[in-house]
Design a protein around this ligand. Sequence first.
Ligand code: GDP
Length: 362
Amino acid sequence: GFNCGIVGLPNVGKSTLFNALTKSGIDAENFPFCTIEPNVGIVPMPDPRLDALSAIVNPEKVLPTTMEFVDIAGLVAGASKGEGLGNKFLANIRETQAIAHVVRCFDDDNVIHVANEVDPRADIEIINLELALADLDTVEKAAQRLVRSVKGGDKDAAATKAVLDKVQPHLAEGQPLRSAGLDEDEQNQVKSFGFLTLKPTMYIANVSEDGFDNNPYLDVVNEIAAEEGAIVVPVCNQIEAEIAELDDEERAMFLDELGMAEPGLDRVIRAGYSLLGLHTYFTAGVKEVRAWTIPEGATAPESAGVIHTDFQKGFIRAEVVAYDDFVSLKGEQGAKDAGKWRLEGKDYIVKDGDVVHFRFNV
Ligand code: GDP
């Protein structure tokens, strides 16, 4: 599955966000929504296109695609040196594909701040420093291991070591690798190390109810993200927690009162999805209409493999209708009549929104 780790200092609103995310199962009986471990939540990906497809196909079941969120235990200064839950924290985060970094951007005298002052820049620096130091440790150990091979004339080892030597001072200054200006070759050279500060990252600015505009804390987070090429999603976690408790009807009314088109969580989930470079395609049969997640650029057989490895192995052709055509022409027959139904082969790159039926040999 695709997953995103939630990190941040203690008391910034991580658990509140995580609980809201895992409670937001919209149509409980149809969602493969569950919690595997206390700190892992499988969250349905909100996608209005599923509703449009279902209205045409009238399936027995509708299944959204999902994203996993991992609540990573509180990080404290010194984690990279093994303090607090440091090592466990770093091990957990290494296993995630993207990082959602929650930053406190709200004032509330009742909520203690670990440093006694709301200061997003300082907070972000503490977390980023720990992650950078963990990567620095990885770099130094790896560089040491490579010395002998480099001396022995191993060109690949030399190339890897050159990148490690280049990033070492950057990390030593506490800077994340995503701002080290590595080109694609260099990134590939060090891919296998799973560097924490090279993972796609979004900042979740936890603002107060009226903190979406004219909020200097939020401005700071935006500034930092722009410097690093990270993205920012402002949300009010407390409201999200309230929204998540409501049933569909109450939720719609509450959102309306707040002047919100959708829960802020939907933006978080979508941001995680785009951070990972993911696309959605659909299967639309009378039994079930379902969304499937693929990496951008996946071929038809690779996309079939997400359903079942046999589909990939035995792939023959993909019957494809683009989402817009499927909806405007009211289904497969309409698309066929209009000449919008295509048969695609193994080199076809599946597009976001494609409605696909795979033909395969068993
Ligand atoms: P964590 O330690 O990062 O997981 O933080 P929690 O989610 O436990 O939140 C810490 C405290 O801040 C709790 O008392 C929350 O109710 C409160 N809190 C979380 N989000 C907000 C928010 O958006 N506004 C306000 N005022 N309080 C919040």
